[in-house]
Design a protein around this ligand. Sequence first.
Ligand code: GDP
Ligand code: IMO
Ligand code: MG
Length: 423
Amino acid sequence: MKVTVLVGSQWGDEGKGKIVDILSEKYDFVTRFQGGANAGHTVEIGEKKYILHLIPSGILRKEVKCVIGNGVVIDPKALLEEIKLLNENGISVKERLFISHNAHLIMPYHKLLDSINESGKNKIGTTGRGIGPCYIDKFDRKGIRIVDLLNKDVLEEKIRKNLEEKNVLLKKIHKHEGLDVNEIINDYLKFDKEIDQYITDVPSLLNNAITEGKTILLEGAQGALLDVDHGTYPYVTSSSPTTGGACTGTGIPPNKITDVIGIVKAYTTRVGHGPFPTELTDDEGNKLRKIGAEFGATTGRPRRCGWFDAFLVRYSAMINGINSAAVTKLDVLSDFDKIKVCIGYKLDGKMIKTFPSDVDRLGKVEPIYEQVDGWNEDISECKSYKELPQKTKEYLDFIAEKSNIKVAIISVGPKRKQTFFVN
Ligand code: GDP
Ligand code: IMO
Ligand code: MG
């Protein structure tokens, strides 16, 4: 039995899609458990580049079954576009895609409210995919779920009831035009026709699979520091991208999880607002962005870039229970003569012991760096750990020790073949 959770260890975009694609060769199921189309998971196979937003990255291997768990919020329009794109590339999701009855649906008013919120004073820098407003309705017990698509009358009634309230909010508070209820009902009835075939009792599917000895890879979206509970609140997403979310977001009990893999970028990036202690706003930051092609896979926004933060990854390893790590984008550091690693934070002149839980304190910390020598040679053709330059191995050992992680997988480029296992 193998039920592996794979999580982002920083602020997202660590290269989860690429590593899921590599690992999924050995798994029967790949399952998303939270988030929605705010995710952008890139997989490069040969000359082709796929960016997956809702469908698990395992879909590119035809023997793998893919599941969207109850913790995910689904924009049916985005889902159908993704299915279409895959079909156009000769990848069929038929009898391979399973969607939980209990997953919530993103509605047009969620996307509209997301963009209205972002145009106000308290900007988070969201992806604009309606994620926050949809999770608000879920926890307010007003949400519309995938299961509601199965009963036309229930669906209609729920849309009408929700829209009545949302139109008051749009018109009275936000001074915005209301939305047309019939248009939304018609669109969602159309979606229903296409989505019905995938709706499945996911907890039974996955738990039966575990009983039969099948293997499951749980693909996290976003990253630990974007977790609504453990991240840099309020500059976070509205779900639980940490390991705990894999259980609540699928119906797999905690005692069935066998291991946790953390995806760790060899430096740090962040998209959107919020504190980022090791951010580089100078030429070095621009160099990281340029070499690392750090532009959002979902929104195209330039990602903020900075040095590796071992204090942050140590915190992430603790809350996720990371057993082994995949270090990605190591090749991006090849052009740097000197590389800095943050090993701790000072606040008011004193070293602090734990990761600050509030953004005010995090925004004021002084990152304490140790500088190491770069390796100054191209490593993107390396095929094994042995082939890496000594200085690269020293960098890996250093970040592993300071972050309390064990490095098991190394990625030196976006392609499948640019990946190897340490042992
Ligand atoms: P995810 O959201 O965690 O799946 O990551 P993204 O796909 O948003 O961003 C990672 C980007 O880095 C993608 O463009 C990948 O193709 C690319 N990538 C992944 N691993 C590596 C690597 O080891 N080296 C380089 N240079 N690029 C990588
Ligand atoms: P993947 O899975 C990086 C960020 C947004 C914003 C905050 C809230 O590709 O790693 P949201 O739209 O979720 O309400 O935005 O979270 N964010 C991500 N940053 N990678 C992601 O996903 C992200 N998904 C959301 O930029 O700061
Ligand atoms: Mg991404």
